[in-house]
Design a protein around this ligand. Structure first.
Ligand code: SF4
Length: 250
């Protein structure tokens, strides 16, 4: 009786036979090629995608981005004109009465946390940066209440410094489109940075967000008419005619 596969493998290794080579280079090359296709399709479909928050300058974008967590940009844009008129600079936000600031941002949800984040970030901006929003990832993420996603939004849009923004849309779509297997936003960000040219990082984020809102929704994508369908291999694609992912072998 021939030895089992397990026994054969153990015997072979014991004899010094090399393990079967892993093919990381091929997988990396495949993923790079896939990123190129996705990036090109997004450029064609959403050529003008841009930040949909209304702002003038880094501070207003920082505040608007903090408010946009778990809230639509349209809702934030309704709140910010009055907010920015009432609190024109970092000093004003830092010195804001907590209850008054909470009331001003209440309609964006999670208002206590958001008001505190704005006050604390602006307090740090005043105390450590002379009232001016810093322009590096390290300094921005060192501000209380400012995470990596918010920092990258500010860097990319207000300072013109390339950064990959990974919000829920970008994270979800990056997985569905085969650009990463990671769920952690920071890991997804690093994966995307390896796959995309820096000059495309900011626009890529805007385009992915636009596509996530238009077609590739959570929890179920609407794949009928999706412009990225030709480059998508997501096994749970859903079409209006009830035909699911098995409709095509790409
Ligand atoms: S085909 Fe479906 S799953 Fe793939 S990108 Fe389009 S909407 Fe998303």
């Amino acid at each position: 009786m021939p030895p089992s596969r397990k026994v054969r493998s153990k015997t072979a290794r014991a004899a010094g036979a090399p393990r079967a080579p892993k093919p990381p280079a091929k997988r990396a090359a495949d993923r790079l090629a896939q990123a190129g296709k996705v990036n090109a399709a997004l450029k064609q479909s959403y050529p003008d995608a841009a930040c949909s928050l209304d702002y003038a300058g880094p501070l207003q974008l920082l505040v608007a981005t903090i408010l946009s967590a778990q809230c639509t940009d349209a809702r934030v844009n309704k709140v910010t004109p009055g907010l920015f008129a009432r609190y024109p600079d970092a000093q004003a936000f830092a010195a804001a009465d907590p209850k008054e600031l909470e009331a001003a941002v209440q309609s964006t949800g999670f208002y206590r946390n958001k008001a505190r984040a704005i006050r604390e970030a602006c307090g740090d901006i005043v105390a450590k940066h002379g009232g001016q929003v810093p322009s590096t990832l390290e300094a921005l993420t060192a501000l209380r209440g400012v995470g990596r996603k918010t920092a990258n939004v500010v860097l990319g849009n207000a300072f013109g410094t390339p950064g990959v923004v990974v919000d829920t849309h970008v994270g979800r779509l990056s997985n569905r489109l085969g650009l990463t297997k990671n769920k952690d936003p920071v890991k997804v960000e690093h994966d995307l940075m390896k796959l995309l040219p820096p000059q495309d990082w900011v626009a890529f984020g805007h385009r992915m967000i636009a596509h996530g809102r238009a077609f590739c929704k959570a929890p179920t994508p609407r794949c009928t008419g999706c412009p990225l369908d030709p480059v998508c291999h997501y096994p749970k694609r859903v079409y209006e005619d009830g035909v699911n992912c098995h409709r095509s072998e790409k």
